[in-house]
Design a protein around this ligand. Structure first.
Ligand code: SAM
Length: 471
């Protein structure tokens, strides 16, 4: 029985409720009156239920779809302005004992070399990432209690935070590791992580079990209830996601929103971010063997509908997507992207692009500087801001800032200051010139006179060599 507040996976992600939602969405996909009322509700920017959002996703009336896309763009602008936060993944180890049928790190893959970084190698990788200009990382590892125990992850986080190379610093480490215990989540929290990210892969229990035939990840309930344990362990910011292509996208979409509703109902705060990865080709993975892959148009519609349904939740798109696709979805609601990424263990310190340990093939292969220039040319403000988390504005405290619409006086100045740091320390001449113009153009948008004055002073100080200011 569906119960949003239940702590049992099969009750808060109730299969029957999803099937009824999909039937309701199908029955109403041409119901103009209902669709208009849902769009009107969405305009109040307080979000939509999974049923309402599923009707919009199913809707195939071209004019209504245009309204949905337009509204997604408006909500994106209202809540996130023109800022795009940048991060990079850092692969620590590809040892894994799971049997995920879509991931080349699965335990039975004998062709992929297994690599686990030492603390010294992590140091070198982090220095390379700092030299690119990154301030925010997402660490990734396979699940292997012997090779990658929690102590290894904790030690690695400590190493990452400790490295101060030139003006570089990693100021926020997000963590994407397998579902674990409350005790381990507490340790991660105490180590000062940002967001704990765990993709559900698929919300469809039967498919989930088939796609994860062996290893600890096979346990659907343990995986699906991981965010509740993370929150119990003190982690306020959690990141959801499904791997689109594994099961039917409408099912996943409804499940994703039900999961968000569950976190809000039980813990008083929804997910900090939602990621929208799509299945990619990889070492021994043939995407053609999966028959639920989605088109670029459907992908864009999913992003727009998530943006409308959960306006306060950040949305992430990685370099799995091409420049063209990323450009399209940025407008529709994406607030964070990765740039200059390597998805192989040790990939940032190897001269040539090492293909042998990559987790999936990257589509967007541009350098971080190229990504920065591209964003600036489109009038986006690339941001390396990590202020909220470092000021303790996590969970509902971050949501309160969003809801009070203080983003223009807080997030925008922080974005401009971190952009200025990047331009001073790491940018090519071309990017620097374009970026400085962009900063000047955006200063007037800081509406609070005191904040504007402080911002201008700090920008000058950054030019003179000071670093790490924040609002
Ligand atoms: N091992 C951890 C776990 O099981 O949650 C997390 C790390 S894994 C490196 C990060 C994510 O990459 C997975 O959750 C999965 O969604 C995604 N992934 C795996 N294989 C992929 C593929 N072939 N294409 C795109 N994404 C993939």
């Amino acid at each position: 029985m569906y119960n949003v507040k239940s702590l049992k996976a099969e009750e808060f992600i109730d299969d029957e409720e999803i099937l009824e939602t999909l039937a309701y969405a199908d029955a109403n996909k041409n119901n103009v009156e209902l669709i208009d009322s849902i769009i009107a509700k969405a305009k109040e920017t307080k979000g939509l239920t999974h049923r309402e959002a599923s009707v919009l996703l199913a809707c195939d009336i071209p004019e209504k779809n245009e309204e949905i896309f337009k509204l997604a763009e408006e909500i994106k602008k209202e809540f996130y302005g023109n800022r795009i936060v940048l991060f990079a993944p850092l692969y620590l180890s590809n040892y894994c004992i799971n049997g995920c049928t879509y991931c080349p790190y699965h335990g039975k893959n004998k062709t992929i070399p297994r690599v686990k970084l030492t603390q010294e190698q992590i140091r070198q990788e982090v220095i390379a990432l700092q030299d690119m200009g990154h301030k925010r990382l997402a660490i990734e590892a396979g699940e292997d209690p012997v090779n990658n125990p929690i102590e290894y992850i904790l030690e690695s986080i400590k190493t990452i935070y400790s490295i101060k190379h030139k003006n570089g610093a990693i100021r926020r480490v997000n963590v994407n590791i397998a579902a674990t215990t409350v005790e381990n989540y507490r340790k991660l929290h105490e180590a000062g992580i940002g967001t704990y990210i765990l993709f559900q892969e698929t919300y469809h229990k039967e498919s989930y079990e088939q796609l994860h035939p062996t290893g600890p990840k096979h346990d659907y309930a343990y995986h699906t209830e991981a965010m509740d344990r993370a929150m119990e362990g003190g982690i306020d910011d959690v990141g959801l996601g499904v791997l689109f292509g594994l099961d039917k996208y409408r099912y996943e979409f409804a499940g994703l929103l039900m999961h968000a509703e569950h976190l809000e109902a039980v813990h008083g705060v929804g997910p900090h971010t939602i990621s929208v990865p799509r299945l990619c080709p990889a070492d021994d993975i043939d995407v053609d063997e999966f028959d639920n892959t989605i088109s670029d148009d459907i992908f864009a519609k999913i992003v727009a509908c998530i943006r409308i349904a959960v306006p306060y939740t950040g949305m992430i798109v990685s370099t799995r997507e091409s420049q063209k696709t990323r450009e399209r979805v940025l407008h529709l609601g994406i607030s964070q992207i990765s740039g200059g990424s390597r998805t192989s263990v040790g990939g940032y310190t190897t001269e040539e692009r090492p293909e042998d340990t990559t987790q999936f093939d990257v589509s967007d292969r541009r350098s971080l500087d190229e990504v920065m220039k591209w964003l600036i040319d489109m009038d986006y403000v690339p941001s390396f801001c990590t202020a909220c988390y470092r000021e303790g504005r996590t969970g509902d405290r971050f949501m309160a800032l969003c809801k009070a619409k203080q983003i223009q006086n807080c997030c925008l100045p922080n974005a401009l200051m971190t952009l200025k740091e990047y331009l001073e320390d790491y940018a090519s001449e071309e990017t620097k010139a374009a970026g400085l113009k962009l900063i000047e153009k955006n200063i007037p948008d800081v509406t609070n006179p005191k904040a504007k004055e402080t911002l201008e002073l700090r920008l000058k100080k950054i030019e003179e060599g000071e670093r790490d200011f924040r609002f």
